[in-house]
Design a protein around this ligand. Structure first.
Ligand SMILES: *[C@@H]1O[C@H](CO)[C@@H](O)[C@H](O)[C@H]1NC(C)=O
Ligand SMILES: *[C@@H]1O[C@H](CO)[C@@H](O)[C@H](O)[C@H]1NC(C)=O
Ligand SMILES: *[C@@H]1O[C@H](CO)[C@@H](O)[C@H](O)[C@H]1NC(C)=O
Ligand SMILES: *[C@@H]1O[C@H](CO)[C@@H](O)[C@H](O)[C@H]1NC(C)=O
Length: 182
């Protein structure tokens, strides 16, 4: 099982990289203007969560704010250790400086880092995330969440003089990089 999941994930990585290359994009210039580094993201976070149990058609943008009732504290260390409020250990990784993924306690969370404004005048707010999604290790029981870091990082003004490709929606990127079977 585990080997199969690994293979699926590798295949998905390969596909996404091909898609980016085919469209002449570099990895750094994927689909969101955020540019957050490890330094920006490490630290103490709270994930505000909805109930679990949705399927993968879940649309977190449409989720009313009042549904984010849960909170889950976790600390992200350089380079990849994550420890939650109960002391459980897991892993996290940056995704192309645009967001990050955490795998802990049988769930995988992914969200893009927050950005504001319209290209080319955008600002990265790396101590917050946009709304993202989580699911369990067999790709079921989806939920929405967003993250807020305790220590705010200064918003970074970005100057992307040429608008970037909107090739990938966040859901496509999510589904491609992080297949439910992980
Ligand atoms: C992202 O930020 C890093 C570090 O601040 C910088 O070196 C890099 O050029 C930036 N990349 C883009 C695409 O803005
Ligand atoms: C998700 O919800 C938002 C806000 O209601 C909407 O604009 C968007 O089209 C929806 N996305 C999908 C894939 O249904
Ligand atoms: C971006 O910001 C600059 C400086 O604040 C402004 O002159 C320019 O019109 C803005 N461009 C867009 C497309 O909003
Ligand atoms: C953004 O970059 C372009 C091209 O490098 C430059 O002409 C423009 O003045 C820059 N704008 C700002 C607001 O820094």
């Amino acid at each position: 099982m585990v080997a199969l999941y690994r293979r699926q994930q590798q295949a998905a990585h390969f596909v996404i990289i091909c898609v980016l290359l085919l469209h002449g994009g570099s990895i750094v210039s994927a689909d969101t203007p955020a540019n957050c580094t490890y330094e920006d993201v490490v630290g103490q976070w709270t994930f505000y969560t909805t109930a679990m149990g949705y399927d993968n058609t879940l649309n977190c943008s449409a989720m009313p704010q009042s549904m984010f009732k849960g909170n889950y504290g976790l600390k992200l260390y350089f380079p990849s250790k994550a420890v939650d409020q109960h002391g459980n250990q897991g892993f996290w990784t940056l995704i192309y400086n645009q967001g990050f993924e955490v795998v802990i306690q049988g769930r995988k969370f992914f969200a893009f880092s927050r950005y504001e404004g319209k290209e080319p005048n955008t600002t990265s707010v790396c101590s917050e995330t946009m709304r993202g999604m989580s699911h369990n290790v067999v790709g079921r029981s989806w939920a929405c969440f967003y993250g807020m870091k305790q220590k705010k990082t200064n918003p970074k003004k970005l100057n992307t003089s040429a608008p970037k490709s909107k090739l990938l929606t966040s859901k496509m990127l999510y589904n491609s990089i992080i297949p439910p079977g992980y």
